[in-house]
Design a protein around this ligand. Structure first.
Ligand SMILES: Nc1ncnc2c1ncn2[C@@H]1O[C@H](COP(=O)(O)OP(=O)(O)O)[C@@H](O)[C@H]1O
Ligand SMILES: [Mg+2]
Length: 334
């Protein structure tokens, strides 16, 4: 496994302390919450495990939080792992056979599961059976290990990479969408309350506006703005403090940070507007391809600054305008 950077460790601590604990506490995603509420009540009334749940969507939208909430609402243990940590069939067997009945088994980054291991999950999810091979060579035989009823909650940033057979085995599937301004403002207020920090309405919406539709980003910015308010102001987060702090962090009006702008300006200036391949772009800005694709690109696409074409990424006229650059006469795109 990869070692966490200090920045990642900090983000995880912050996530943990600010994570909503109940469905009622979870802001937004109303359609999904309503659907889960019904499934939870039905499963509880029948004394069964909740259906398997697949949560898709970019990082920081609340997938892990929801998985934990499902376990809490069911009143069952929460056991978590991530697909890269599951290397062999025995790893899965160890987790599944040790589950208390009706537990939530959370597998993050599900799209990274190898094909062979994916198939191990099919009978486990459908029939609560885990086929295991005993012995070796000619004397080897396959026997089924019975499993306790459980709920697999899978999270993925790339639902498109999951195979259809795996996806089809989830009774509940949902894609989390970016949050709107009022929802993010509510999340900033909620987090400020937990952190014991005074935030004015205009301060909260200034942070929300630059949070790129993502609760985790809103929380991170709130922390930074709070530091600024304590050091440079009276500790109160108002609009002026939020704006000054975010300017200092080089986060612009739309919530783009330095790397977002570097990506855009690389496409615009170095590659003449594109198309440019993701791997070339990654090398140019010195960031990992996955990070660009999962974290940066979705928001740039959403802003309408970048487009995906079969030949690579292309900058739009909006991107040139946002960077204050003059768009070429004959951009590749138009
Ligand atoms: N709907 C929400 N309401 C309140 N806070 C949220 C919500 N979704 C996410 N968060 C906050 O964002 C942080 C990151 O969420 P997380 O569940 O870890 O996202 P993901 O697993 O999708 O990357 C959480 O710690 C929580 O504070
Ligand atoms: Mg997560």
């Amino acid at each position: 496994m990869r070692i966490q950077t200090p920045e990642e460790a900090f983000a995880e601590d912050l996530d943990r302390s600010l994570r909503p604990r109940t469905l009622a506490d979870f802001v937004g995603q109303d359609g999904l919450k309503a659907q889960l509420q019904v499934s939870l009540e039905a499963a509880k009334a029948r004394g069964e495990a909740l259906d398997h749940v697949l949560l898709a969507g970019p990082p920081g939208l609340g997938k892990t939080s929801l998985a934990q909430i499902l376990a809490a609402e069911m009143g069952v243990p929460f056991v978590q792992t991530a697909a890269p940590a599951l290397e062999r069939k025995a790893d899965i067997a160890a987790f599944l056979s040790a589950l208390e009945p009706r537990s939530v088994f959370f597998v993050d980054e599900l799209h990274r599961l190898s094909r062979a291991l994916e198939e191990t999950f099919y009978p486990a999810m459908e029939d609560l059976q885990l086929p295991i091979t005993l012995g070796q060579g000619a004397g080897a035989r396959v026997t089924n290990l019975p499993l306790p009823p459980f709920t697999l909650v899978g999270a993925t940033t790339r639902a498109g990479l999951l195979t259809t057979p795996l996806r089809d085995r989830f009774g509940i599937q949902h894609r989390l969408e970016p949050y709107d301004g009022p929802e993010l403002t509510a999340i900033v207020h909620r987090s400020a309350h937990i952190l014991g920090c005074e935030v004015q309405e205009a301060g909260a919406s200034a942070i929300a506006r630059r949070s790129r539709g993502t609760p985790r980003v809103a929380n991170r910015l709130l922390k930074r703005v709070r530091d600024f308010a304590e050091v440079r102001g009276r500790g109160v987060v108002d609009a002026a403090t939020a704006d000054a702090a975010l300017d200092l962090l080089q986060i612009d009006d739309l919530g783009l940070d330095r790397l977002d702008r570097e990506i855009l300006s690389a496409v615009c200036s170095k590659f003449g507007g594109g198309p440019v391949g993701l791997s070339t772009l990654a090398v140019t800005v010195g960031e990992e391809q996955d990070t660009i694709e999962d974290v940066y690109e979705p928001y740039l696409l959403q802003c309408g600054f970048l487009m995906r074409t079969p030949r690579g990424r292309v900058a739009t006229a909006g991107a040139y305008a946002h960077l204050g650059l003059e768009a070429p006469e004959d951009p590749a795109l138009f």
